[in-house]
Write a new protein. Sequence first.
Length: 247
Amino acid sequence: MPRFFVDPSQIIDDHIYIHGGDVNHIRNVLRMKKGDELSVSDGQGQDYFCRIEQLDPDAIRLHIDNSWASYVELPVEVTLFQGLPKADKMELIIQKAVELGAFRIVPVVTERTIVRLDEKKAEKKQKRWQQISESGAKQAGRGRIPQVGPMMTFQEALASAKRLDGCLIPYERAKGMAASRETIRGMKDCKRIGVFIGPEGGFSEKEIKEAMAAGAHPITLGRRILRTETAGLTMLSILMYEFEEDV
């Protein structure tokens, strides 16, 4: 069933009003008609089952048949602090991170970041990345659209992570798998967790020390060296497996 996100202000009594680009998508791409069914989320955890009641050239009115609290979100909010990778790898990372339940994705400029974006290019990239997040949220049936934050320096990201309940940083010199499992499972009561992933080349020794001084827990992801676009998704998969509530 097609899924769309709306702002809560578009929900009035038992109706939802669709505007903007979604109108064209519903009318001309999906070719939906009066009486067709679709699902809508307010992006804040509330889902709606609706029927199309009226189609106009610039607006669509939906009738709400049923609503319920979204049950697809992870019980822990995971922020992925992703070292900015080369080329368009960030698009893949965002798409898959959203599917795996990330609450927020933050691009981070580190010592070994190769790509350098000026303010104008960074704003353009962020807008594109947010669109990818919304598309991924629709595909995955998410109850909210994960925010892709503005680009941060590594120090800014560490300062942001201090406001969370816990933080993990995969590191090839971390202790063994048993210790890493214990560290992750010890965060069961955390409501907000940060995950730091380095760019190509990983983090420098200085950055690892800074992260640990800020409270980040180093863990291992096994004996193999993972690419930057693989490491974050591996972490999110592990956290989803550990923290996902019963289906």
